[in-house]
Design a binder for this molecule. Structure first.
Ligand SMILES: NC(=O)c1ccc[n+]([C@@H]2O[C@H](COP(=O)([O-])OP(=O)(O)OC[C@H]3O[C@@H](n4cnc5c(N)ncnc54)[C@H](OP(=O)(O)O)[C@@H]3O)[C@@H](O)[C@H]2O)c1
Length: 232
């Protein structure tokens, strides 16, 4: 069966990806910051690995450990909304008039730079897999066409991630890898909150179906969870 590696797999969307792929008998490498607090990942077929996305030593240790693995799909999922403990729609650190530059930099480090460093660390392993797919979980809030007020750190971090992937699609093509950028919908997780439109099960079921049908020619695309293109 194919193998998927997922970041931020201990809760939210990452956990739902791990649960569903394991349920389909895939081999799942589920990464989280603290495996001792990830009891939910004690699922048959799931191998739990430690990964702090912003720590280059953590990334290189994971890559060294997995050097002989064959990984078909990399789901670059881990992310944060706020550099403080702000919640969606209620975060003064990214509201005009009270923007906190240190908090903004933290969001950029986790949401923009870390996913790129993770791809760079794992590319030599991903090249050996059969699937050769990288899926970034970005957000519609990073669409320049659809920009609204507020959430400037989160929105700009995802817009920058999207932009960087338009560069990497070319670099990765030379490596035989494809990269896709997904908006998962507004989903009921710690980040999305209870009022979100979709359950994790609905979002991930639809996204997995879309991912299974992705073509190499779609590399670099920005897609809704149901496969519809999103305007940059
Ligand atoms: N939920 C939505 O409505 C929605 C909408 C659009 C896009 N997204 C995107 O979807 C992805 C998953 O979001 P979610 O809703 O599942 O959020 P979540 O429930 O808050 O989960 C976030 C996950 O990312 C991990 N993480 C955060 N910082 C990390 C770091 N530095 N190193 C390693 N892991 C880290 C967290 O680990 P800890 O438990 O250790 O903190 C957790 O596993 C994010 O990229 C988010 O931006 C979500």
């Amino acid at each position: 069966m194919p193998t998927v590696l997922i970041t931020g797999a201990n809760r939210g969307l990452g956990y739902e990806f791990a649960k569903q792929y394991a349920g389909d008998k895939w081999n799942v490498i589920a990464c989280c910051r603290d495996p001792s607090k990830a009891d939910a990942l004690k699922i048959p077929g799931v191998q739990v690995e430690t990964l702090e996305m912003t720590n280059e030593s953590s990334l290189s240790a994971l890559a060294a450990k997995l050097i002989d693995a064959k990984i078909d799909l990399f789901i670059n999922n881990a992310g944060i909304y706020s550099g403080t403990d702000g919640t969606l729609g209620d975060d003064k650190s990214q509201t005009f008039g009270s923007i906190d530059p240190a908090a903004w930099a933290k969001v950029f480090k986790v949401n923009t730079i870390a996913p790129i460093m993770a791809i760079q660390a794992l590319a030599p392993i991903l090249k050996k897999g059969d699937g050769k797919k990288i899926v970034n979980i970005t957000s519609r809030m990073g669409s320049l066409t659809e920009m609204g007020a507020g959430s400037i750190a989160y929105r700009s971090s995802k817009a920058a991630l999207n932009g960087a992937m338009r560069v990497l699609m070319h670099d990765l093509k030379n490596e035989g890898l494809s990269v896709y950028n997904f908006h998962p919908g507004w989903v009921q997780t710690d980040m999305g909150g209870k009022n979100a439109q979709l359950t994790p099960e609905q979002s991930i079921t639809a996204m997995r179906k879309t991912i299974a049908n992705l073509k190499e020619s779609q590399s670099g695309s920005y897609l809704n969870y149901d496969g519809q293109p999103i305007a940059w």
